[in-house]
Design a protein around this ligand. Structure first.
Ligand SMILES: Cc1cc2nc3c(=O)[nH]c(=O)nc-3n(C[C@H](O)[C@H](O)[C@H](O)COP(=O)(O)O)c2cc1C
Length: 216
């Protein structure tokens, strides 16, 4: 059983990466082989709308773009579970994660009313989101409804509902004094980091453990 986590944050050791690592630890605790992909180490673009993946005579169902993402997309064909992770940037996922999903989802989309997906198996997936907002603010902005739409698109392709985890009010800087950040209380952020973030880490671990189960 192989579980892959994809970090859509440019920061390789911060909130999103930490939660993804915990999720992979959870998966490993169930015996899964695990891998963490750092998207921002790779050079790639979003879907170029070339439609090679839709051609009847070519690599139908496969993204034809040849860049650093090709290997990752190849791996996603064989893993048993995927854990996506992204910070919230302007109420959405990061550009790097959006570009990956464009290529992963569109190459498995088929313009046929009979076949819902070209992805060859049913696998599990989770999505971990981190953000500055509090849970209350996220509710006011209707963030979950927005993110749920994309999760539904993923479900259509991989056949199973996406499990999601939201980590709110994250600690953003190593030293708040060095940055203009007067809209935040460093004290409140520290408290959240000390009290809530470990709970989120445990939730991520549990998510990873739940995803490391092969469905028959
Ligand atoms: C370009 C940019 C845009 C952001 N937009 C939002 C936003 O719309 N809402 C929010 O709550 N946080 C926003 N944030 C904060 C990040 O989502 C938050 O710090 C996140 O936990 C960072 O993840 P990381 O520590 O894994 O990099 C933004 C950060 C950046 C750099």
């Amino acid at each position: 059983m192989k579980v892959i986590a994809i970090n859509g944050s440019p920061r390789k050791t911060w909130n999103t990466a930490t939660l993804l690592q915990k999720a992979l630890e959870g998966a490993a605790s169930r015996g899964a082989e695990t891998e963490l992909v750092q998207l921002y180490d790779l050079k790639y673009k979003g879907c170029s709308s070339c439609f090679a993946c839709k051609r009847k005579d070519g690599q139908h169902g496969k993204c034809a773009m040849k860049d650093d993402l090709a290997d990752v997309l190849e791996k996603l064909e064989t893993v048993d579970a995927i854990i996506f992770g992204s910070p919230i940037y302007y109420m959405s996922i990061t550009a790097g994660m959006a570009a990956l999903l464009e290529r992963f989802l569109f190459s498995h989309s088929i313009y046929s009313s009979e076949i819902p997906t070209l992805y060859s198996r049913e696998i599990q997936a989770g999505f971990i989101y981190t953000m500055n907002m509090t849970e209350k603010q996220a509710e006011q902005f209707g963030l979950k409804q927005n993110l749920n739409l994309r999760e539904k698109m993923i479900k259509e392709k991989i056949g199973r509902p996406v499990k999601s985890l939201y980590s709110y009010d994250t600690y953003q800087f190593s030293d708040y004094e060095k940055y203009e950040s007067s809209m935040f209380s460093e004290e409140a952020k520290s408290k959240q980091k000390a009290e809530q973030f470990p709970i989120d880490c445990q939730k991520a671990f549990d998510m990873g453990a739940r995803l490391a189960v092969i469905y028959i």
